[in-house]
Design a protein around this ligand. Structure first.
Ligand code: SF4
Ligand code: FES
Length: 248
């Protein structure tokens, strides 16, 4: 395949960025999107030019590091996959592909296609944990009976990999899908009840402090989420928040 890549290049957070054209030949349909970018970067390095900076780690859909806006969609045109799982067979010979960083005020550009998503870490640190007795009398987690539906929903919420596609997809740059997944995974389990009131209030406060927008129920986040995190989690977080506010 022969492609025309239009890639966002930006020196650092304070510099102005721009789209730069990169024609690329010899792309195989079995390559992943990141492998295609590796080929481009090899060519740039061989020519003495600066390679395109982009985030990645596991390259198997579990770490949440890869984060590209491809033709206007977070993680590109496929559904239920991350950028590293996206294959070039989703594109056609002769295509022009726009590649940009995830855009949100709370995700400042570090360089080129890499953004700083540490705002998510700070939301998680605000309340995404449970108290565990480590005195030597620790109760085996499997000894606590848990309703099967709750266990399944908690597990589904816990599959959020913190990639940020929900924020990039949202016209308000809202982080409600991410935060609600993290709140839900504990709210549904008995182990999560000890800090439940403080957790939802602290995580929502941190989300707001980071400058993410509000949720206006458009649902783009759920469509673009590579892990199929459901909007039901946002409804659950809103109920948890209301309940926590009443309990004080
Ligand atoms: S909710 Fe989905 S899109 Fe948002 S951070 Fe988690 S996995 Fe990524
Ligand atoms: S590189 Fe880990 S999810 Fe894509």
């Amino acid at each position: 395949m022969k492609l025309l890549l239009k890639i966002w290049r930006q020196k650092d957070a304070n510099s102005k960025g721009q789209i730069v054209d990169y024609p690329l030949d010899g792309v195989e349909e079995d390559m992943s999107f990141l492998e295609m970018l590796d080929v481009l970067n090899e060519q740039l390095i061989n020519k003495g030019e600066e390679p395109v900076v982009f985030d990645h780690d596991c390259r198997e859909g579990i770490c949440g590091m890869c984060s590209l806006q491809i033709n206007g969609e977070p993680h590109g045109p496929d559904r239920g996959v991350t950028t590293c799982q996206l294959h070039m067979r989703m594109f056609n010979d002769g295509d022009t592909i726009f590649i940009e960083p995830f855009r949100a005020n709370a995700f400042p550009v570090v360089k080129d296609l890499m953004v700083d998503r540490s705002a998510f870490d700070r939301i998680q640190h605000a309340g995404g944990y449970v108290s565990v007795n480590t005195s030597g009398n620790t109760i085996d987690a499997n000894a606590i009976p848990i309703n099967k539906d709750n266990a399944d929903d908690a597990f589904s919420a816990a599959t959020c990999i913190g990639c940020g596609a929900c924020v990039a997809a949202c016209k308000n740059a809202s982080a409600m899908l991410f935060t609600s997944a993290k709140v839900s995974q504990y709210a549904l389990l008995p182990q999560g009840q000890v800090e439940a009131v403080d957790r939802v209030q602290a995580m929502v406060a941190q989300m707001d402090a980071e400058g993410f927008g509000n949720c206006t129920n458009t649902g783009a986040c759920e469509i673009e989420c590579p892990k199929g995190i459901s909007l039901e989690n946002i409804a659950r977080m809103n109920r948890e928040y209301l309940s926590a506010t009443i309990k004080g």
